[in-house]
Design a protein around this ligand. Structure first.
Ligand SMILES: C[S@@+](CC[C@H](N)C(=O)[O-])C[C@H]1O[C@@H](n2cnc3c(N)ncnc32)[C@H](O)[C@@H]1O
Length: 233
């Protein structure tokens, strides 16, 4: 699937049904993070950087955006977007989110002048392409500071009176390589505190945002996995 994105990277923004459908979800995801000026935010599976304008507005020039993606071609589009806008606070790393070692990423971030742990992280329409998504989610959690916020924006079958659009939604996901049955927001529900639920476009877009539990504050039982990530017991 990375190959598909690499091939179509220059056309992604045009073909992604951004304004009729998917922009609504990314806006809810970014807004629900409650970003403050000066914060560092991680965008996992950032693609061409369609989240960057919203993130940039929230963190300002004193903040920073870390974009991680497996596709060099998608990252090249993201770099072009940042350069066009004159955003000097965007760091892009090429990595496979399902196999990344958070400690290795932390080293690369520190070498690039960024902090290892971000204040917030999001993944929009990305985890449902990653198999297994739980590995990518675990990395995302491990790269966010305790108490930081995380948001997953992804897709499921539309519900209620919008259920008739299910074949269309499934076709869009199949073409994009996403598994519409993955429901990766379950990671937020399972591993985060103070989880907020949002949906849009007849339930097709699902958003969950929560806080990474802070082991220095009571309220959960956490352990550190061999790869350095935190997992709830
Ligand atoms: C549907 S696009 C979404 C891009 C962006 N988040 C957005 O909202 O427009 C999915 C992105 O996930 C990336 N991706 C897929 N599998 C990946 C993996 N295992 N590790 C990192 N990135 C991956 C693809 O290269 C692609 O850029």
């Amino acid at each position: 699937m990375a190959e598909k994105y690499s091939l179509f990277a220059p056309l992604y923004d045009l073909l992604s049904a951004e304004y009729p459908v998917y922009h609504a979800g990314r806006r809810l995801g970014v807004d629900s993070l409650g970003l403050r000026e000066g914060e560092q935010v991680l965008d996992l599976g950032c693609g061409t950087g369609l989240n960057f304008p919203l993130l940039q507005r929230a963190v300002g020039p004193g903040g920073s955006i870390i974009g991680i993606d497996r596709s060099a071609q998608m990252l090249a589009q993201a770099r072009r977007r940042a350069d066009r806008q004159g955003w000097a606070n965007v760091t892009l790393l090429q990595a496979d989110a399902t196999t990344l070692d958070p400690r290795e990423i932390a080293r690369r971030l520190e070498a690039a002048g960024s902090r290892a742990l971000s204040d917030a992280a999001l993944a929009t329409y990305a985890l449902s392409l990653m198999t297994p998504w739980r590995r990518a989610w675990s990395g995302m959690l491990g790269l966010t500071r305790p108490g930081g916020r995380l948001s997953v924006v992804d897709m499921q079958d539309p519900t209620g009176r919008f259920a008739a659009l299910t074949p269309l939604a499934r076709l869009a996901c199949t073409l994009g390589g996403a598994d519409i049955t993955a429901h990766p927001w379950r990671g937020v529900e399972q591993d985060c505190d103070d989880v907020a639920h949002f949906s849009a476009r007849g339930g097709h877009l699902q958003i969950r945002t929560g806080s990474r539990p802070d082991p220095s504050h009571p309220g959960g039982s956490w352990t550190t996995a061999p790869d350095g990530t935190s997992v709830r017991q």
